[in-house]
Write a protein that binds this ligand. Structure first.
Ligand SMILES: O=c1nc2n(C[C@H](O)[C@H](O)[C@H](O)CO)c3cc(O)ccc3cc-2c(=O)[nH]1
Ligand SMILES: C[C@H]1O[C@@H](n2cnc3c(N)ncnc32)[C@H](O)[C@@H]1O
Ligand code: SF4
Length: 385
């Protein structure tokens, strides 16, 4: 494992030095995640776009007065889930704004019409419906959550996630992207990661790079994630996500991370993190697939044949065939996986509750006992257990 000091010294690695760093990271990947890169076939469900935070990079969030604020109702969610299932999707990715009812009367009143006092309770009900009425597995990314909220959601989801973003308190200051965002306080996000560990929740986290953090802060964020893993063993994957500037946000004119920055960060992440943690980079936020593969990733995260990436709506998903070609050109197969990684599914009821195992009999135990598919136009969505 890379020491903090060594990692910090890589800040300006470029040219041949960067190539060598990437080779080293790719070597670790090849030993622990050989021959195959993976992705999860999913639909994206933006349960609500209202949020009590206002991150300087985010266009997903909509103010109640904007005329675009929304909460999806259960039948809208179910319709989308069933469409996704017919297209062979296995993951229902719930990604949503955080606790809007605590800030906006409008959100509170809307939730009341749905019979709830909090977004987390409503989310729980909707996840339960997905398990009851479909074969899809909910993955919940609702940002920071308390111990009890995590516990409640564990019963109705296969896995959960929250991007740590960055451990820097500096980014909370005025003029910085997390100013006045109560859910982006690093200590609170770390607490969520830790509570998820105590609860044995298969967990996805990651860092968002290019939001004003220093290289050293990036190193420390990855080391903090790794420490959590060493303590609890629940972190199944880490996403290194590159910031994309969006018109109309506070960071509209901020520079985006360069390809070299992304390569350097991915390689460093692969060398800092325990090799058993999956390393993911999103394929729709850049086109440089070969470079990402060469920098040590083993996973592309969720890809949808149906729904756009609501967080980066201008960035369309690649065709799965196109991604498969890129992988094959570098000697790797592209394979579908579930939102829960196999080692957590295979650990009995420790990570995935009994009720959930029963709710998804078609693909418990062995990760993905379903029709493998590369071509999203021909898949029939047949599950056999
Ligand atoms: O389509 C997206 N999927 C995102 N995912 C989902 C990811 O791509 C995979 O579908 C899941 O992690 C399943 O392994 C996240 C999951 C998390 O737990 C936390 C953050 C993200 C962030 C994104 C995202 O920005 N866009
Ligand atoms: C769900 C995750 O999406 C990420 N996210 C939010 N806004 C952006 C952006 N402009 N560019 C890239 N990623 C973003 C954050 O890391 C959040 O946690
Ligand atoms: S990134 Fe998440 S927490 Fe921040 S404003 Fe957007 S929805 Fe809210």
């Amino acid at each position: 494992m890379l020491s903090r000091q060594h990692a910090i010294a890589l800040e300006h690695a470029t040219g041949a030095q960067l190539d060598a760093l990437c080779e080293q990271a790719a070597g670790v990947r090849d030993t622990h995640w050989p021959n195959t890169l993976t992705y999860s076939r999913k639909i994206f469900i933006p349960l609500t776009n209202m949020c009590r935070d206002t991150c300087g990079y985010c266009t997903f969030v909509k103010h109640p007065d904007s005329g675009q604020a929304n909460i999806l109702n259960p039948s809208q969610v179910l319709a989308s889930v069933l469409k996704g299932q017919a297209q062979g999707c296995k993951e229902a990715l719930f990604s949503l704004g955080e606790k809007p009812e605590k800030r906006y009367r409008y959100a509170k009143d809307w939730l009341a019409t749905l019979g709830h006092t909090s977004m987390v309770d409503y989310l729980t009900e909707v996840c339960e419906m997905v398990l009851d009425k479909s074969l899809m597995i909910p993955h919940v990314n609702a940002g920071t959550l308390t111990f009890n909220e995590l516990k409640q959601l564990k019963n109705v989801s296969g896995s959960m996630g929250m991007m740590l973003e960055c451990t820097s308190d500096r980014l909370m200051k005025k003029g910085q992207p997390h100013y006045a965002c109560p859910d982006k306080v690093p200590g609170i996000r770390l607490k969520t990661l830790e509570d998820a560990g105590k609860l044995d929740i298969p967990f996805t986290t990651g860092i968002l790079i290019g939001i004003g953090e220093t290289w050293e802060e990036r190193v420390d964020s990855l080391m903090a994630i790794n420490t959590m893993y060493q303590e609890y063993g629940h972190i199944q994957e880490v996403i290194v996500q590159n910031f994309r500037a969006k018109a109309g946000t506070a960071m509209a004119n901020a520079p985006e991370p360069t390809l070299d920055d992304m390569r350097r960060t991915l390689a460093m992440a692969r060398l800092i993190l325990d090799p058993a943690i999956s390393l993911q980079a999103p394929p729709n936020l850049a086109q440089e697939y070969p470079h990402y593969i060469a920098a040590g990733i083993n996973d592309w995260g969720g890809i949808s044949p149906l729904t756009k990436d609501f967080i980066n709506p201008e960035r369309s998903w690649p065709q799965i065939t196109e991604l498969a070609n890129a992988c094959e050109q570098q000697g790797y197969a592209l394979q579908e996986r579930l939102t829960v990684y196999p080692k957590y599914l295979q650990a009995g009821e420790r990570y995935v509750t009994k009720a959930l195992h029963q709710a998804m009999p078609a693909w418990r135990n062995d990760g993905l006992a379903v029709e493998q598919c590369i071509d999203n136009t021909t898949f029939q969505g047949v599950a056999h257990g």
